[in-house]
Design a protein around this ligand. Structure first.
Ligand code: NAD
Ligand code: TYD
Length: 363
């Protein structure tokens, strides 16, 4: 039995991880620590039983020490972060505060409780990072491996790279038992509608333009969030301390291919479900028009990384990880989830978020 502290457990991947863990390992105790920023939503954990939810900031050292002590935590799974590249370009400070300083506070607290008291308590600090720390690939470059040189390009990826180095330093210098995973672009339920897939699904339902940055030829490697959770599980259970593992979905696609699939998936579902036309009257698909008609080319993202691709041979070979979701089926299920959860996405798109969208996606 393990006692987990999941930071950022009210965000997209954290919520999926908590749900996955409760389902798979009901004997383990789960504490969620989340500051409930715009990206965190406690209601996303509705129906998940037997967790302790603590609203708080990972930068609050005393709070983190108290939780580690009171809840006898032996495993930290660290998701909490500012995670959106576009926001990091507009306002990098929060990314340094949370991703760098926040990770360091967690490491300091873990060291104080797990190492400095000399109890020899078994523990694990798992740090969730991104493939974006490796920079951008040309079309014919080999995929990122764990030994690819760090070359982060955005304030987001630079802040994640800094946090990865701090995690490594706490292992190398103090002997903290850490592991790190660097994963590719996740998709699935509960993703905040600022990232490509949920934003485009919802815009298509509301009849709003689909803003394609640049030529739409940027390539991402899509990983279903549940495959990501299984990868983390393998690392927590059989991963080697001090190691980094890449987790990928093996589904490299240019943005235009993803966008076209979102559009045709929506069109196909509307064609067989006439009730949706009433629910989403502004969607082109409600009147039999192609959702792709909303595609709109806009100015490119500053410093836009061209291609990410993950070589996940290490976790496959050493820990038996295999992604189980193929992108077509996973995307279909994701579109279906957003169709079935309109109250969820309406509630997270509160007034301030709508203002932000209107400002940044004005046409
Ligand atoms: P998210 O933005 O959906 O959620 C982040 C969560 O962290 C939110 O619940 C937020 O309230 C919480 N949080 C933010 N600042 C906090 C603070 N100071 N204290 C406590 N909680 C705080 O992010 P996500 O997409 O779920 O990503 C989770 C992790 O996975 C991040 O570390 C991210 O860098 C990494 N990652 C994400 C992706 C992806 O495709 N989403 C890909 C690779 C890596
Ligand atoms: P995003 O979901 O923001 O993830 P990341 O930047 O971390 O890969 O974006 C995925 C890709 O989609 C990326 O190449 C940028 C592009 N994109 C658009 O073209 N339009 C948009 O409105 C968004 C949010 C992203």
């Amino acid at each position: 039995m393990a006692n987990l502290l999941v930071t950022g457990g009210a965000g997209f991947i954290g919520v999926n991880f908590v749900r996955y863990w409760r389902r798979s390992f009901p004997q383990d105790a789960v504490v969620v620590l989340d500051a409930l920023t715009y990206a965190g939503n406690a209601a996303s954990l509705d129906g998940v039983t037997e967790i302790h939810f603590e609203k708080g900031d990972i930068r609050d050292y005393d709070l983190v020490v108290r939780l580690l002590d009171e809840r006898a935590i032996d495993t930290v799974v660290h998701f909490a972060a500012e995670s959106h590249v576009d926001r990091s370009i507009r306002g990098p400070d929060a990314f340094i505060d949370t991703n760098v300083v926040g990770t360091h506070v967690l490491l300091k607290a873990a060291k104080a409780v797990w190492l400095d008291r000399g109890t020899g308590r078994p523990h694990r600090f798992h740090h969730v990072s991104t493939d974006e720390v490796f920079g951008s690939l040309a079309s014919d470059d080999p995929a990122f491996s764990e030994t690819t040189r760090y070359q982060p390009n955005s304030p987001y990826s630079a802040s994640k790279a800094a946090s990865d180095h701090l995690v490594h330093a706490y292992h190398h210098t103090y002997g903290l038992q850490v592991t790190t995973s660097n994963c590719s672009n996740n998709y699935g339920p509960y993703q905040f509608p600022e990232k490509l897939i949920p934003l485009f699904i919802i815009n298509a339902l509301l009849g709003k333009p689909l803003p394609i940055y640049g030529d739409g030829g940027n390539v991402r490697d899509w990983l279903h969030v549940e495959d990501h959770c299984r990868g983390i599980e393998r690392i927590l259970h059989v991963g080697r301390v001090g190691e980094c593992y890449n987790i990928g979905g093996g589904e490299e696609l240019p943005n235009l291919a993803v966008i076209d699939r979102i559009c045709t998936t929506l069109d196909d579902i509307f064609a067989v479900r006439p009730d949706l036309a009433k629910q989403f009257p502004s969607a082109p698909a409600a009147t039999g028009k192609p959702s792709a008609g909303l595609k709109s080319y806009v100015a490119d993202r500053k410093g836009h990384d061209r291609r990410y691709a993950i070589d996940h041979a290490k976790i496959q070979r050493e820990l038996g990880y295999e992604p189980l979701h193929d992108f077509s089926r996973g995307l279909h299920e994701t579109v279906q989830w957003y169709l079935d959860h309109e109250p969820w996405w309406r509630s997270v798109m509160d007034g301030s978020y709508r203002d932000w969208l209107a400002k940044n996606y004005a046409f």
